[in-house]
Design a protein around this ligand. Sequence first.
Ligand code: PEP
Ligand code: MN
Length: 292
Amino acid sequence: MRLSWQERFAETPGVFKSPQRRQTVVPVLDFAIGGDEFITMAGPCSVETEHQLMTTAHHVRRSGARILRGGAFKPRSSPYAFQGHGLEGLKMLQRAGAATGLAIVTEVMSEEDVSLVAEYADILQIGSRNMENYSLLEAAARSGRPILLKRGMVATVADLLRSAQVVLDRGNPNVVLCERGIRTFETATRNTFDVTAIALIKLISHLPIIADPSHAAGHGDLVPALARIGVAAGADGLIVEVHPDPDKAWSDGEQSLDFAEFDAMMVSLDPHLAIRQKGREPTTQRFQEAVG
Ligand code: PEP
Ligand code: MN
């Protein structure tokens, strides 16, 4: 007897699609994540300078992004690497958001910083390294801001859904999941983009899920292909690292796109988005019919 998906993920009933809850639509400024519009979040890995952030924000806005990303508090693999500008970085993000109309997503790394980050950001990002930090998740949930929950680098889909359930249980329904690649035996790429997780989550969960091709690939030249694959798998949006001069980036330059590369990627998504519009996830529809 095959286990149904509901049985397999019985621990997290709240994230499951049901007749009452087919799709969570997360409101952000004057648009939404999880609705009909495919949402692109773009910007540098780290907020570095006013000029770097402003030029990037204006550029990605013109090319169709809705949300500016950028780290002010940075979790780095090395304790000696740039850790972010903190409050100054948040202020730069706020100015760039105000100048362009872009919403802001930025990472919050510790419970103590939640209320500060929530003052400046429209969406709080919980990074991979903190996906299972339940006290941080609870504090972030209580802020009332939408949460972008990135999958841990060694987390299963069940682990990711469990963390999402923690946020929902604290009364915050606005969770956006993010597949950003997981660790496998492969070393040619930074991580392995688990596209199956996107397809599975679209099938079983009402929560929106976006793809992060930048951290999945670790190499800018692979990012556009992974972005297109994310679209084909049904992702509700993308988060992509973009930098005016990736070779000079203070963090994650190797995986960042320059402006021309970002534009080319965005144009290359269009036919894939158009196909999706026509077909509108037949497997998901069948599942929805099956659950009621
Ligand atoms: C980031 O978005 O820059 C980041 C640190 O991502 P992750 O938590 O997925 O490694
Ligand atoms: Mn990064």
